[in-house]
Design a protein. Structure first.
Length: 94
């Protein structure tokens, strides 16, 4: 089971996912940081995924994909990839 929080930090939206360890504690499993982007060539408002992090013990389990899905499907954000990406980040956009 997991819980989400959404915070505004200095004009950025941060979505944090907490995972229930089954030991009466929640640990931060990862987060997605989005910033506003207003390109002239986009017909709709867009958020840019500036940073995504998944705790090592949860990598390879779909957490990053879930964070993007939550931001788009539940929160209704249109998200664009940042220009700078790690190899793992690029895999999320393929």
């Amino acid at each position: 089971m997991f819980w989400l929080t959404q915070k505004m930090l200095g004009g950025k939206i941060v979505i944090i996912i907490y995972v229930d360890t089954g030991k009466e504690e929640l640990i931060q499993g990862g987060f997605l940081e989005l910033t506003n982007y207003y390109p002239t060539d986009y017909p709709i408002p867009v958020k840019v995924a500036k940073l995504i992090y998944v705790a090592e013990e949860f990598r390879g389990r779909g957490v990053a994909k879930s964070l993007y899905g939550i931001a788009m499907s539940i929160l209704g954000f249109n998200i664009a990839a940042d220009d700078l990406q790690t190899p793992g980040g690029r895999r999320n956009w393929q």
